[in-house]
Design a protein around this ligand. Sequence first.
Ligand SMILES: [Zn+2]
Length: 278
Amino acid sequence: MRPTLFVLSLLLLVIAYIWGQPLLRKLRHDSLKKRPFPLEWLEILETELPLYNHLPETIKQRLRSHIQVFLAEKQFIGCQGLQITDNIRLIIAAQACLLSLNLRENYYPKLKMILVYPHIFQIKRAIAVDEYIVEEQENIVSGESWGKEGQVILSWHIIQQDLANWQDGHNVIFHEFAHQLDQQEGIANGVPPLKNQADYQQWSRIFTEEYQQLQSQIENGLKLTIDPYGATHPAEFFAVVTELFLEKAQILQQFHPQLFQILKNHYQLDPFLWLDSQ
Ligand SMILES: [Zn+2]
């Protein structure tokens, strides 16, 4: 083969690979979505996940098809002796899929596995003290999301508490999967991939304003509607307000209308369709 022909063929192969990958992925997803949804799974959603029963039928249907893809592609690992059951898989998958239901990338492309601990758990983290010193710290946590490793780590005990209080504005699954969305394009900074380039400016303005407002409310000892943990980092702020949006939409809309609207546009979800009036 002549060198130019060889280079041309190689180039064509690369182009075919780049174009073919998303197409193949879409075809695989479409075929997974068409699988019949097992009755035992439906029973779990209806009996174990209060939120599910409140969802409109159209969302339920789409959610079930997304769960099929999620469960086929993501690995679940039980830690410290926890046995992974369909119950655990369904409860986690349903809430993760609801969050990403209307996003462009709706299956957490970087996520490979979900590790589930029976209780809160301890993790070691390297914290940079300054430019030269990195210290290892041990923290007790209820959840984690690691973008580079493609992992979300959750406590089953905390998930069960959240199920019992599903409209209290705290939900470890929404929180950690919001981080996972945020980590899709690198380190979490409170800005997940947005639909249009033009959206970034508005996002940055509203989130910076609201983040600073929360910090100043804390400093001045004022009454808060957003969990003060949100003031520790812009990424935590995004995760915390996502929880509030999905579980206490009325509070968010009343006290932070700009945040409510931008999250509603971003997730393309209307929580008022399933939340009780609060
Ligand atoms: Zn967090």
